[in-house]
Design a protein. Structure first.
Length: 370
């Protein structure tokens, strides 16, 4: 697009519109509702899984490892990523580029993606190393380390290339400035997307194969395999992101077609966070379920105590004899235990005007109206 000199950038469209189309900077057509809905689903899900992971590690396992710090860092960067994604909606994301003022176009989201996906992958890889690598001289150790350092070097390099692809940097969003751009952004993004797919597949396959070499019951192996196989969600998201890039990567209407890349990027990040957190969640669920069960039992016990006290008073008024002192009892309800006196086998019984008989182990309790 030829840019006229002397015209402010906020009055120029970011792209030459198709014939017969007039740029609309006030109320343009947009697909921003789709982006908002995606962010509204992905961030709470990622937050929930990260919170459960840290609950399990801090309060149950009581041990924090390097992968846990990486997971929290990934979540924190994702919060910033979502916040910036929401902010960039007012600067053109999800809108045809000819309806976006040229001054609004920037690439901060592309830069932030690099440390975000890196932290997400490191959390998963460090966890795989923690679980499956028992020797620093094993092939597993070198394989995991290769993936860790390969991702670290690549995404760090990618971040700087994205941030400083033009000299001066402001030329990225202001092509009127003198200078030059030295990065082929299409090739860079294509390589990134392909490497994402390869590393996601490796992260999916490695732990699933290694689980079946562990010495444990096959049912446990199956359960662990299903947990680590959750990485298929990240694989699917990265593959769909690759397809979206191949389909629309060369489109000049970047801010409009960026929508599809953004949707699968959010899906990839959220799936990666879920995959990294899942192995720690069973402990959290068991602990939370136990606490809920105890609270419900305590509440029901207090209700039985209140109602049982009223029933005792009614029975006494009717002339029902008090049970033998040899039978354990308490205010509000009668309690039977087995011969070992274990309270885990406690039973409570409602009392009525009619004779009632209960037998457990060799204990017997009979009410008789006289």
């Amino acid at each position: 697009m030829d840019l006229p000199h002397g015209v402010p950038l906020d009055q120029l469209p970011g792209l030459t519109p198709p014939p017969g189309v007039t740029p609309n900077f006030v109320n343009p057509d947009n697909e921003q509702a789709t982006i908002i809905a995606t962010l509204a689903v992905c961030l709470p899900v990622a937050t929930l899984f990260t919170a459960l992971r840290m609950y399990s590690k801090i309060f149950i396992i009581k041990s924090i490892a390097l992968e846990d710090y990486a997971s929290v860092i990934a979540w924190a960067i994702y919060v910033a990523f979502v916040a910036l994604s929401a902010i960039t909606l007012q600067y053109g994301d999800g809108i045809h580029q000819w309806d976006v003022p040229l001054s609004n176009i920037a690439n901060i989201i592309d830069i932030l993606y690099c440390p975000l996906i890196l932290a997400t992958k490191l959390a998963i890889l460090l966890q795989i190393e923690h679980v499956f690598v028992t020797s620093r001289s094993s092939i597993r150790f070198y394989l995991v380390q290769f993936l860790i350092w390969n991702n670290t070097i690549y995404y760090t390099t990618h971040m700087f290339l994205t941030a400083f692809q033009c000299s001066p940097r402001a030329k990225i969003w202001n092509p009127l400035l003198p200078g030059h751009c030295f990065t082929d952004s299409y090739t860079l993004e294509f390589v990134t997307t392909v490497l994402n797919v390869i590393s996601d597949v490796a992260v999916l396959v490695m732990p699933v194969l290694w689980v079946w070499k562990l010495q444990m019951a096959w049912k446990r192996k199956l359960g662990l395999s299903l947990i680590f196989a959750s990485g298929v969600l990240a694989c699917l998201s990265s593959i769909l992101r690759l397809f979206a890039f191949l389909r629309w990567g060369k489109e000049t209407d970047v801010t409009w077609y960026l929508l599809y890349d953004r949707l699968w990027t959010d899906g990839e990040i959220t799936s990666g966070i879920i995959c990294g957190c899942l192995p720690t969640l069973p402990r959290a669920f068991i602990d939370i379920r136990s606490k809920i069960s105890d609270a419900v039992s305590s509440y029901r016990g207090s209700e039985v105590g209140d109602s049982g006290g009223s029933q005792l008073k009614k029975l006494r008024a009717l002339g029902v004899k008090r049970p033998s002192a040899s039978i354990p009892h308490s205010d509000g309800y009668l309690e039977l235990t087995n011969q070992n006196g274990g309270r885990n086998n406690r039973q409570t019984f409602p009392m009525s005007k009619r004779s009632a008989e209960h037998s457990e182990s060799e204990s017997k309790l009979t009410y008789t109206i006289v």
